[in-house]
Unconditional design. Structure first.
Length: 139
């Protein structure tokens, strides 16, 4: 139980993850060690694209929406919050990636891509039991 509480506190250091999202993730997911990687967690939450492929053609469609809709909604709202405030804050690698993506994509698609990235960050922070430290953008 103490390990889960410290995991929730570390999750709140991630941009776009507040108390509500962190506690919902902790209560719904339980033990993060059941996911081998952040990619598996994002897929479990339904934040990865569906794939319609055959032979040499690879077609990626909309997100799969296979996981819990409430958690997916919380992560997407957190991503939208980061997107709105990203231009006013000190740029780091995450915000720079989001700003670069938002110049070529529609706002909602960028929000889902950022939510996918947030799910992967949640896995990394929670599984390593260390707070999130944003790295400054490269010069």
């Amino acid at each position: 139980m103490a390990e889960q509480i410290s995991g929730v506190e570390h999750l709140r250091t991630i941009p776009g993850i507040g108390l509500l999202t962190a506690t919902a993730l902790a209560s719904f997911l339980g033990d993060i060690r059941r996911f081998p990687s952040g990619r598996h967690l994002a897929s479990y939450l339904g934040l990865t694209p569906r794939e319609y492929s055959s032979g040499l053609r690879r077609n990626l469609g909309r997100i799969s929406k296979r996981g819990d809709g409430y958690l997916r909604t919380l992560l997407i709202h957190g991503a939208r919050s980061i997107l709105v405030h990203s231009r006013r804050q000190q740029p780091d690698r995450l915000r720079q990636w989001m700003n670069d993506l938002s110049t070529t994509r529609v706002h909602n698609k960028v929000a889902v891509a950022v939510a996918n990235k947030l799910a992967r960050l949640v896995w990394a922070v929670w599984s390593r039991n260390r707070p999130f430290v944003g790295t400054p953008k490269a010069a």
